[in-house]
Design a protein around this ligand. Structure first.
Ligand SMILES: Nc1nc2c(ncn2[C@@H]2O[C@H](COP(=O)(O)OP(=O)(O)OP(=O)(O)O)[C@@H](O)[C@H]2O)c(=O)[nH]1
Ligand code: SF4
Ligand code: SF4
Length: 306
């Protein structure tokens, strides 16, 4: 198992396969963005090779994301190749294309999905996503995914505009038996005025969760508090900004669509370019680049800097 200079194990890759998206959410942080080149350089075969080499280093969990990863037609092929060598492949999506693609994703071996459902009210949903989309389509996609045996988790980013909907989200999730991530708005990528207007403390939600949950645990990944509700669903609380606890157990590397390893969501640099080694199937080179990225990782927030 690889460990960085701060004793943090590295066992997962978060892969941004595209920067493209059909939505334009008010808070989007376009996390694969390098400011250099946004081409989708890596192919399913490159990702498969990455998983093949990564497994030898103990990196066995993969998250596929974007942009909107289902805009790439070859995303099921990416999943299939990566799944051959990993313990788990999950995908984070806005859910727009899920209804038609759930079967293909299941056939490719996808273990679980995070689907953004920031509101169950179309007006609010449209204001957040800046689309004319209806959340009904997303819920139908979730049904399809569940029918195909894919585990689903809802991503609910709490803001002033949707805070009042938390209970409805929990009710919906409980009725479907799906877990929920409650996510705090972070300033990354969010325009300053939106951050000021929409940022809200998660405290009222956390207080409520404390009151109603039957069990509270802390996840190994990023020390996230997990509340088990009487309905059996789990609610994860993700405070992604100024939170040293999260960074203390951050076990993932990130990969941009052009094949640059990123060491932290908040750092635009340093990057480690692994694209050539992947394309050349240069195992020694891939191992060295991954080790280099691990060696320069640092927790972004620490006790003195939170
Ligand atoms: N600070 C920080 N925030 C993160 C990180 N990864 C994810 N987040 C936040 O968590 C939210 C949910 O991320 P997802 O990719 O859907 O899920 P995940 O983090 O892989 O966790 P799972 O629910 O276990 O799949 C994101 O929108 C970010 O706000 C990270 O490495 N650092
Ligand atoms: S769906 Fe995700 S990637 Fe697309 S605009 Fe919204 S936050 Fe950004
Ligand atoms: S802020 Fe950086 S170091 Fe901290 S949890 Fe997120 S990615 Fe990891």
């Amino acid at each position: 198992m690889l460990r960085d200079g701060f004793g943090r194990e590295v066992d997962s890759f978060r892969i941004v396969v595209t920067m493209r998206c059909n939505y334009n959410c008010i808070f989007c942080h376009r996390e694969g963005l390098t400011g250099l080149d946004r081409a989708e350089v890596l192919t399913p075969d490159d990702y498969r090779y990455l998983a093949y080499v990564s497994r030898k280093l103990g990196i066995v969990y993969f998250k596929i994301t974007g942009g909107e990863p289902l805009l790439r037609r070859d995303t099921p092929d990416i999943i299939k190749g990566v799944r051959e060598y990993s313990k788990e492949v999950s995908l984070t999506t806005n859910g727009y294309f899920l209804k038609n693609l759930a079967g293909k994703l299941a056939d490719a071996g996808l273990d679980r999905l995070n689907v953004s459902v920031h509101s169950l009210n179309d007006e609010v949903y449209q204001a957040i996503t800046r689309t004319r989309g209806s959340v009904k389509l997303i819920l139908e996609g979730i049904e399809q995914a569940l029918e195909h045996g894919i585990k689903v988790k809802l991503n609910f980013l709490a803001m002033k505009i949707n805070l009042g909907e938390f209970e409805k989200i929990i009710e919906y999730a409980s009725s479907k038996g799906v877990d929920v991530n409650v996510i705090e708005l972070i300033p990354l990528g969010t325009p300053h005025h939106v951050y000021l207007e929409q940022r809200t403390s998660l405290d009222p939600i956390i207080e409520k969760l404390h009151r109603i949950s039957s069990n509270i645990t802390i996840s190994n990944f990023q020390n996230r508090p997990i509340y088990t509700l009487p309905s059996g669903i789990k609610v994860n609380v993700i405070k992604g900004y100024g939170n040293p606890d999260l960074c203390a157990r951050c076990t993932r590397l990130r990969l941009t669509p052009e094949g640059w390893i990123k060491t932290c969501i908040f750092l635009e640099e340093p990057f480690v370019d692994i694209s050539k080694e992947l394309k050349n199937k240069d195992e020694y080179g891939v191992v060295e680049k991954i080790k280099k990225a691990v060696s320069i990782r640092k927790p972004y927030f620490t006790r003195g800097r939170s």
